[in-house]
Design a protein around this ligand. Structure first.
Ligand SMILES: *[C@@H]1O[C@H](CO)[C@@H](O)[C@H](O)[C@H]1NC(C)=O
Ligand SMILES: *[C@@H]1O[C@H](CO)[C@@H](O)[C@H](O)[C@H]1NC(C)=O
Length: 309
């Protein structure tokens, strides 16, 4: 009896040793739902790394995408949308111009409201085309993805992950109105946590605190018209009342594309990680066009550019 136990223990330790020798990182299936533009450039770095580590990555994008193109480290799955590549490119460019050629101000937001509304409506149409593509949704549902990696500034990926009931990893710089912190139930009191573009520090005078609150108002408006349509889309699909916060709190992990070094210390949740700068791993000298551009735009915009690209 004791002998038998000894033998089986030896067998067991042999098995454990054998298992230790096997490559642990078994390849998983990752569904990637990126956001166009510079956002994709950061996500691309992660997708390439996932591929290097043996994971199977499928990138889902509209068939008119400008930046998201086929590559050898992922499978591109595209879906049809009801507009042309020209319309898409025009919208994308208008938004980039708005951010890069103006210094942030409340007036900039107010005077570009129509443009932002147009672009939001455009993204909602893109998302509707994806979520109502029954063939594709059924295919995705039966493909047993283990995780969705998405940039929730375009919240369609978050919504799709919830719809298909797949855990999600969010990679993001920010969402208007600090919604990410609210969704993750992370404290973010305006008296202590400086809002974007305010240039406030974490020690604010009374007036700076007022500024901190006021600067957030245009973002609240943008958030309202850009993101609430996804609530109705989600409610239709899931056939119950779904709030935006519910869609967003589906995130299992938040990868934040910034760092305390660039901003200020703030409370974060244990499932939030700073990955700012990971897109700078592969360095190249700036092109002449970039150098001229940097020389032209003001320092605020440069700060935005650096964090965005
Ligand atoms: C917004 O969309 C409408 C209708 O498509 C168009 O007429 C208008 O020019 C657009 N506005 C901007 C600022 O792009
Ligand atoms: C996905 O498949 C499961 C199991 O077959 C089914 O219960 C579920 O409704 C499907 N979800 C969608 C969004 O089609």
């Amino acid at each position: 009896m004791a002998m038998g136990l000894q033998v089986s223990l030896r067998g067991l330790s042999g098995l454990v040793l054998l298992l230790c020798g096997l490559p642990w990182a078994e390849g998983g299936k990752v569904l990637v739902i990126p956001t166009e533009g510079s956002h994709w450039l950061s996500m691309r770095t992660i997708v390439r790394e996932l591929h290097t580590r043996g994971h199977e990555t499928v990138v889902l994008a509209p068939d008119v995408s400008v930046y998201i193109k086929e590559d050898d480290f992922f499978t591109l799955k595209s879906y049809a949308v009801p507009y042309t590549k020209e319309e898409y490119g025009h919208n994308l460019l208008s938004l980039l111009q708005m951010f890069f050629e103006n210094e942030y101000s409340v007036t900039m937001f107010l005077s570009n409201m129509e443009l932002m509304k147009n672009i939001s409506a455009f993204y909602v149409r893109t998302c509707t085309s994806l979520l109502y593509n029954t063939g594709l949704i059924q295919h995705l549902n039966s493909s047993s993805y283990e995780v969705v990696l998405t940039d929730p500034v375009y919240p369609c990926g978050a919504l799709l992950a919830k719809y298909l009931n797949i855990p999600a990893v969010f990679l993001l710089r920010f969402i208007p109105s600090d919604v990410e912190f609210e969704a993750a139930q992370c404290p973010s009191p305006p008296s202590y946590v400086p809002r974007l573009f305010t240039r406030n520090s974490d020690r604010m005078s009374f007036l700076e605190r007022v500024k901190n609150i006021l600067y957030n108002l245009p973002f609240k408006i943008v958030f309202y018209f850009s993101y609430t349509p996804y609530e109705s889309l989600a409610s239709e699909l899931l056939q119950r009342e779904v709030s935006f916060m519910e869609i967003f709190s589906h995130a299992s992990i938040w990868l934040l594309r910034f760092d305390f070094v660039f901003e200020y210390p703030r409370p974060i949740m244990p499932n939030m990680f700073f990955v700012g700068g990971m897109n700078c791993v592969v360095r190249k000298p700036l092109s002449q066009v970039c150098i001229r551009y940097f020389a032209k735009v003001c320092s605020t915009n440069v700060g935005f550019l650096m964090s965005s690209f």
